[in-house]
Design a protein around this ligand. Structure first.
Ligand SMILES: Nc1nc2c(ncn2[C@@H]2O[C@H](COP(=O)(O)OP(=O)(O)OP(=O)(O)O)[C@@H](O)[C@H]2O)c(=O)[nH]1
Ligand SMILES: [Mg+2]
Length: 472
């Protein structure tokens, strides 16, 4: 699985106690800062351990790997911290091989796991290469719970802007919480601590799909740790500042990979979640942080238009993957979204001709205030998708693609509802959605049981219950 170059590198490194792994793809502009923070953190907080920093790169043409090995020399750490590193600071950059023909962040991490296992590290810290807000202390915050507290998996806790982390807020947080009963606020945060034992378990775990080789990796890691009964905690990192993304413009493929993975995992782990009701907190490590993350602008009109367009191009898929009552509710909301978006664009067109320019950002959001996509409906959409994923695993990719415009509708509603709220207050809406996932779990369990044993002929599947009978 490993390339000869990577095997040589492992032989050269020998053993290490603590490793920082950094996946990258065209991050030359930002990765140097991340590497320097990692090195300073390793020296400052773990002076007695043998450290290594490994960058697993996609073969970026922008020189990302060169930046990693050429960023400030080790004396730099000595100069800024006024301590002499006890152990040599090894820093390497490698091009990772694809996993069964698929490359991406997950394939990069697979190579990082292989190296960590070969070096027999006690703790592996994984951080993203586009981070602006990483500090040396993050290394302690992510590895400390493993080395001092005996934890196996450390998930990040950050303050993120209310518009950042939309896949987390709408799907991975509420669904992971409702299924497995643990409140991991950032299950796909991208910055993690993993014990040596869990690294080995990852290398042996089943269910490594092409999506896991891409952005499915984060939810796969979190869910595999949960389902395997590993000791999990969270750690307070402060603000996550990284290359920003607008969900309508940038996040489509990532959404499909993350949600495809979470659905496959939900089907595979049904025995782990069927009996779980409610949820409990998991411990948080580190001193409290109050940080103001930078704002992120979201174009609501674009989201509403895409939601509406989805209802025109994929009504058949929606009707196959959703229970009938859910599908008709969603289609009704999509029609509203289309009407509201059209009236805003129409008004902007008129004002533009009158020389007053287009509405932007907040003004567009305010103009769309009549639109809403309620929590209860979104919960049922996701639960219907889990049932559909079990009924027809072959259709998961198609279903998740058809879910993207519905997700845009839900995100638009969320942005509209939160438009006058601070990031702290917007958190209440995320919690409300998460509670609804718990509340309606009986809907999922009932639909899941109704379909048992899975019928050979899909047309004879039990009729799904209608929304009117549902709680909440
Ligand atoms: N090796 C490799 N790394 C990738 C690839 N795509 C993304 N990454 C890395 O994965 C990390 C996260 O990617 P981003 O594009 O920043 O994704 P994000 O939206 O910030 O994801 P979150 O921070 O988890 O919300 C970064 O370190 C990227 O460099 C890829 O194709 N190959
Ligand atoms: Mg990022």
């Amino acid at each position: 699985m490993l390339t000869p170059a990577i095997r040589d590198e492992i032989a050269r490194l020998g053993r290490a106690d603590i490793m920082v792994g950094i996946p990258s793809f065209r991050n030359a502009a930002t990765i140097g800062f991340v590497v320097r923070a990692a090195q300073a953190g390793l020296v400052q907080y773990f002076p007695d351990l043998r450290p290594v920093v490994v960058n697993s790169d996609a073969g970026s043409p922008d020189g990302t790997g060169r930046v990693v090995v050429e960023t400030e020399p080790p004396e730099y750490v000595e100069r800024i911290l006024l301590v002499r590193p006890t152990n040599k600071l090894s820093r390497v950059s490698l091009t990772y091989p694809e996993v069964e023909g698929s490359g991406g962040k997950g394939a990069a991490l697979r190579t990082i796991f292989e190296i960590a296992a070969a070096l027999e590290v006690q703790a592996l810290v994984v951080v993203d290469s586009d981070l602006r807000s990483i500090l040396p202390e993050w290394i302690e915050l992510l590895a400390g719970p493993i080395l001092k507290g005996g934890y196996d998996f450390v998930a990040p806790l950050y303050s993120r802007h209310k518009h950042d982390g939309t896949i987390t807020n709408t799907v991975t947080y509420p669904l992971t919480r409702a299924l497995y009963g643990r409140r991991i606020r950032q299950p796909i945060g991208g910055d993690f601590g993993v014990s040596g034992d869990l690294v080995k378990a990852y290398l042996e775990a089943p269910g490594w799909t092409p999506d896991v080789s891409k952005f499915g990796i984060d939810i796969w890691m979190t869910t595999t740790a949960l389902a395997g009964g590993f000791a999990i905690c969270q750690t307070r990192l402060g603000a996550k500042v990284h290359d920003p993304k607008d969900p309508g413009a940038d996040l489509g493929p990532m959404f499909r990979q993350v949600v495809g993975t979470i659905l496959r995992l939900a089907v595979a782990n049904a025995d782990r979640w069927r009996e779980v009701r409610g949820s409990r907190e998991i411990p948080a490590y580190g001193f409290e942080r109050h940080a103001d993350p930078p704002p992120l602008d979201i174009d609501v009109v674009r989201l509403l238009s895409e939601f509406h367009a989805g209802s025109l191009t994929m009504p058949a898929a929606w009707r196959t993957m959703l229970a009938p009552a859910t599908a008709s509710d969603v289609e009704g909301r999509a029609a509203e979204a289309g009407a509201i978006a059209a009236s805003i664009l129409d008004r902007e067109g008129r004002e533009d001709r009158a020389g007053e320019g287009l509405l932007r950002g907040d003004a567009r959001t305010a103009a769309a205030a009549a639109f809403s996509f309620p929590d209860e409906l979104w919960t049922r959409v996701i639960y219907d998708l889990i049932v559909a994923a079990r009924r027809d695993p072959e259709a998961i990719d198609r279903n998740v693609a058809a879910l993207v415009p519905i997700y845009f509708g839900r995100v638009a509603s969320f942005v509209i509802e939160n438009r006058d709220l601070t990031t702290v207050r917007a958190e209440d809406q995320v919690e409300r959605q998460a509670r609804d996932f718990e509340h309606q779990k009986s809907y999922l369990v009932r639909r899941w049981s109704d379909e048992e044993p899975a019928p050979a002929d899909p047309s004879s599947a039990a009729t799904p219950r209608t929304g009117a009978e549902m709680p909440g």
